[in-house]
Design a protein around this ligand. Structure first.
Ligand code: VJV
Ligand code: CA
Ligand code: ZN
Length: 373
């Protein structure tokens, strides 16, 4: 089956929020992505939906009332006082109290919850929310540019229908907030691929594999700088294949953080657009209900290219797409080549040099072999 029913969640307001001057997280990338998706004529091929905004009550399915109440009230002016002078809710330079922060979160979270509902109801095979994927947000505090954990809320929604949900995270950072939320349950398996070693947030070793009933249902793949498409595939494919075979999830969420791309401002991997999108194509082929979320990604033009291409992959039209970019509102950003591509650069792949990649893969597969069949 090559065609799938795709639901694409987008709110035209997302691109207007700003974390502040010089902050690496730029919500504007969502507008650039949407414009490119539109220029390629993909909007007519899927259900384009504006998500219902998540209310404080809905967010409290994961977060504490106190934290959500704070987030709903805080403004740039009151931040100092409401955070008890920066000692609570972890609002610092990474997580500024920007204008409209609560609305921004309600769009991101609303999109992931709506995506989960659309999947659960059987109305879509694949649902997309590029404004989601904010994997660091904790129950009672913001962290790493993330305030409300749209992923956890989306998974909780899926758990009303599916006995088992798989979460995969290809953002360059560790998906700590999602891991922590489901660390002691076997109903959610989390699997994060990330840079590890002197890098935010500092968690995600292979020793962290879940606790109690959740033992071995947390999978961590710590990587070093410079991983290429080929090397990434050598860990991603066998591990995901084994998880799909043993765990048999009813639905899958793939966090497509684009800071794992070559040339990202904060990332340190060397994946091309095609290598990154291969993860989407690989999961799509299992024919299990799938949700694609955004996440990190700090070189805006490459984020837009990649998420546009991944939208095409979801639709199964990636081979029909013109590698020369169509005219669009932000066309000049894509020079000098004006192509739908993110090439690799010449950095060393530190994963292959010392054989650490093979060790990491073997350890993960050994962990998975301890799960009941
Ligand atoms: O490394 C950190 C924490 C610090 C303290 C705060 N300073 C600003 C930076 C160092 C220890 N934070 C990381 C957070 C990365 C979040 C990634 C999120 C995702 O991709 O996984 C999912 C969406 C970090 N790295 C770089 C920065 N913060 C950074 C923050 C800024 C900045 C420059 C770099 C905030 C404001 C401004 N510049 C003006
Ligand atoms: Ca990750
Ligand atoms: Zn990241």
């Amino acid at each position: 089956m090559s065609k799938r029913r795709v639901a694409y969640f987008y709110d035209g307001d997302t691109g207007s929020y700003t974390y502040g001057l010089g902050h690496p997280m730029k919500p504007h990338r969502m507008r650039v992505t949407h414009d490119l998706v539109s220029a390629y004529g993909m909007l007519d091929k899927m259900h384009v939906l504006r998500p219902k905004r998540a209310t404080p009550e809905v967010m409290s399915a994961f977060h504490t009332d106190e934290y959500i109440h704070f987030l709903n009230r805080v403004t740039p002016e009151t931040a100092e006082e409401l955070t008890y002078h920066g000692t609570r809710f972890l609002m610092g330079e990474d997580n500024p109290a920007f204008e409209g922060v609560f609305e921004f979160c309600s769009i991101s979270a609303g999109g992931s919850i709506s995506a989960a509902q659309r999947i659960s109801s059987g109305a879509a095979d694949i649902a997309i929310n590029w404004a989601g994927g904010l994997h660091h947000a904790k129950k009672r505090e913001a962290s790493g540019f993330c305030y409300v954990n749209d992923i956890v809320l989306g998974i909780l929604e899926l758990l009303r229908t599916y006995p088992r949900v798989l979460y995969i995270d290809i953002d360059c950072h560790h998906g700590d907030g999602v891991e922590e939320a489901f660390y002691t349950t076997d109903r959610v398996m989390t699997c994060s691929f990330h840079k590890f070693g002197e890098y935010f947030p500092g968690t995600g070793t292979q020793e962290d594999r879940g606790r109690g009933k959740g033992r071995n249902y947390t999978v961590n793949i710590p990587l070093k700088d410079g991983i290429t498409d080929e090397a990434f595939k050598r860990v991603f494919e066998p591990i995901i294949n084994k998880i799909m075979e043993i765990y048999r999830p009813g639905a899958v969420i793939l966090q497509c953080g684009a800071d794992s791309l070559a040339g990202d401002k904060l990332g340190c991997f060397n994946l091309t657009m095609n290598g990154h999108a291969h993860c989407v194509q690989y999961l799509r082929a299992f024919n299990v209900p799938l949700i694609l979320l955004g996440g990190g990604g700090y070189t805006v033009k490459n984020v837009a290219r990649t998420w546009t291409y991944e939208t095409a992959c979801a639709l199964g039209v990636q081979d029909d797409i013109d590698p020369n970019l169509p005219w669009n509102e932000y066309f000049e950003w894509f020079g000098p080549r004006y192509r739908l591509e993110v090439p690799e650069n010449n950095m060393d792949d530190l994963n292959v040099r010392d054989g650490s990649l093979d060790k990491v893969r073997a350890t993960a597969l050994q962990q998975l072999s301890q799960l009941p069949c």
